[in-house]
Write a protein that binds this ligand. Sequence first.
Ligand SMILES: NC(=O)c1ccc[n+]([C@@H]2O[C@H](COP(=O)([O-])OP(=O)(O)OC[C@H]3O[C@@H](n4cnc5c(N)ncnc54)[C@H](OP(=O)(O)O)[C@@H]3O)[C@@H](O)[C@H]2O)c1
Length: 235
Amino acid sequence: MILLLGGTSDIGTETVQRLCQGRTVVAAARRPEAVPDFPGAASRHVLPFDAADLTGHRRLVEEAERTAGEKVDIAVVAFGILGDQARAEADEAHAAEIATVDYTAQVSMLTVLADHMDSGDIVAFSSVAGWRARRANYVYGSTKAGLDAFCQGLSDRLHGTDLRLYVARPGFVIGSMTEGMTPAPMSVTPAQVAEAVVARVRAGRPGTFWVPGALRVLAGVMRLVPRPIWRHMPR
Ligand SMILES: NC(=O)c1ccc[n+]([C@@H]2O[C@H](COP(=O)([O-])OP(=O)(O)OC[C@H]3O[C@@H](n4cnc5c(N)ncnc54)[C@H](OP(=O)(O)O)[C@@H]3O)[C@@H](O)[C@H]2O)c1
């Protein structure tokens, strides 16, 4: 069974659309009514899910398996919020909300999945925003830096087991999360991120990867930009 956490995520749904042929899909979403169809899936189930309710994470995975009558063998952890950086600078509750959804809840859910699943594939989403914190989006960026580091350690823990962790590190993705924003250089679509994820999953090549791959070069340069200039970088 494929478990999609963040059942309306642009990237998550594009990824599951490509993996779901003949398989059971359980989508967990805070807006269950907005979860799309997954053409070709053997069956589709939807469960209500609030990522900020950390104590419900293990129960949700167990309920997904009960609902599907199958074990999870692919989990796509696609929930997340960009948040409002300007608001988060003055409103500590909003800053903590971003940290909770984009870091704490990811750590919690990935821990549940890695503990619960015996074998299969787990997909998580880091971001170029976590590569080097930017003044323009450091609250979100800091969560991705933490998540990226957590995933590196978790990948190493899973090395040699039957469980594989795939961590996509996209640049700017043109979709719901970035609606109204001017695309950055090397922007991609949710479909392109999904294609990259699915290619890695099908090839059985876990680990962390940039999307697009060429972003790796730009990322190298990003680390060299002097701080007085870096400080003025847009998000
Ligand atoms: N878009 C980008 O530029 C970009 C770049 C790099 C990495 N990423 C990462 O890729 C992942 C997927 O992003 P996306 O582009 O697919 O974003 P998206 O289309 O905005 O989807 C985000 C999903 O998270 C769900 N969500 C948010 N808060 C939640 C909560 N408290 N409980 C349950 N679900 C919650 C949303 O539900 P609702 O529909 O109810 O809001 C939505 O399903 C995220 O981790 C994101 O940080 C995105």
